[in-house]
Design a protein around this ligand. Sequence first.
Ligand code: C2E
Ligand code: MG
Ligand code: MG
Length: 293
Amino acid sequence: KAKLDGKKTFRMYETGNEGWQDERSEQLYAIRRALSENEFRLYLQPKINMCSGEVVGYEALVRWQHPDNGLMFPQQFLPLINGTSLEIQLGEWVIRQALHHLQQWQSQSKQWQISINLSAYHLSSNGFLQRLAQIITEFPVVDLQYFQFEILESHALDDLSLIVDVVRHCRDEFTIRTVLDDFGTGYSSLSHIRTLPVSAVKIDQTFVRNMLVDVDDCKIVEGVIALARSFDLEVIAEGVESLHHGQILLSMGCELAQGYVIAKPMPAAELEQWNQQFVLPEAWLRYRNHRHH
Ligand code: C2E
Ligand code: MG
Ligand code: MG
């Protein structure tokens, strides 16, 4: 069994610690077991249009429902498997699970998107496109225009030209679009927006969160919105935690948002109920009349 420390985080090995290799292989074993025991869950967080109030779709965020430790968050187990075949296995589980939800929604005539987070490592791994094509055949009636990938802009996109090819193939052959996640935090952001065939950028939540207190972050957010627009890309803000954040974003012309003030990530079983009770906040309604485009 993998050992966990008090914070329910897998203990990170220290240099000079003789046992770390054993410990790591135990932790990897625990994750492999969790995959086969079906202990992972996809939580879904709504993305809404703050002008129309429409639910555009959901971002899928992985959780581990651990039998002893309760609900575990990605930071508590993803770092361990990043860059290993387990990451790819979990990633494929996420893809299947997301397509399953999409198929179900589409059978109920719901026009919601679903986006999943994919690492550059997974995306550029050997045979990614073939395996993806294979998974897609398991969902013959799904309209993939509603399926999106979010790729981390902050990751060292080592083999950029390979990633460009994969992202383009996904768009042109499968109609799967890609969003640049955490935009602005990585290096050479500005060239990525030009090189990668993405359809949207997601403004990183640290900029959004600090927008109210830091005039520089405010300028960055405004700049990213203008940049995205000039490249004909959609722009979505994440980490929208208050109505005021939403109002400022709306006044800057950013209509798409995701964040705790709208909803926290939730299990799929709760979507129906959340949708029924969700109403667009009054504070955002008055921006309806001065839309930017
Ligand atoms: P991300 O893709 O940038 O996802 C946004 C994170 O911010 C999520 O954390 C979400 O729960 C959180 N969040 C959303 N709204 C707010 C808000 O208003 N305030 C604050 N403070 N936080 C907010 P989570 O679920 O812990 O995921 C963390 C990161 O782990 C994700 O960042 C993503 O990079 C990664 N991740 C999650 N699921 C997967 C997955 O299935 N595969 C891969 N490769 N990475 C994943
Ligand atoms: Mg994301
Ligand atoms: Mg993000």
